[in-house]
Design a protein. Structure first.
Length: 124
């Protein structure tokens, strides 16, 4: 007989958030490779930091092929994006910001997608 043990994160990952702005914390950074072509993906694990959905994990990723799509996120985390200047992407771990979450879909299943970022109201 197969037995599994669910962690609290496993349970929270299944919660679908109502669309809206949420306070977020950047918990982890990891560089991965895209399964399609091996290009770099810069992946951030985020968590909701308050309210009835506190602890719900979210994901944000930036592709090396579309770096401009990550400017809003990086600048809200305190980095300055300047042409020709290298950034240390792991420096945003521990930063707080707000993210707008909407419903999305991955492989036919609904999920939470962070589609926009702004400076954290608690950090302003």
């Amino acid at each position: 007989m197969a037995r599994v043990t669910f962690s609290q994160t496993d349970i929270l990952r299944a919660k679908l958030l109502p669309p809206g702005w949420y306070p977020l914390l950047v918990k982890k950074f990891e560089e991965q490779q895209a399964g399609t072509d091996g290009s770099a993906l810069y992946v951030y694990e985020l968590t909701v930091e308050g309210g009835p959905f506190a602890g719900v994990p979210l994901r944000n990723q930036i592709s090396e092929k579309a770096l401009g799509m990550g400017i809003e996120f990086l600048e809200c985390c305190g980095l300055t994006v300047t042409p020709g200047v290298a950034l240390e992407l792991d420096k945003v771990v521990g930063k707080k910001l707000d993210g707008f979450v909407q419903r999305g879909e991955y492989k036919g299943k609904p999920n939470n997608q962070v589609v926009s970022f702004r400076l954290s109201k608690s950090e302003a």
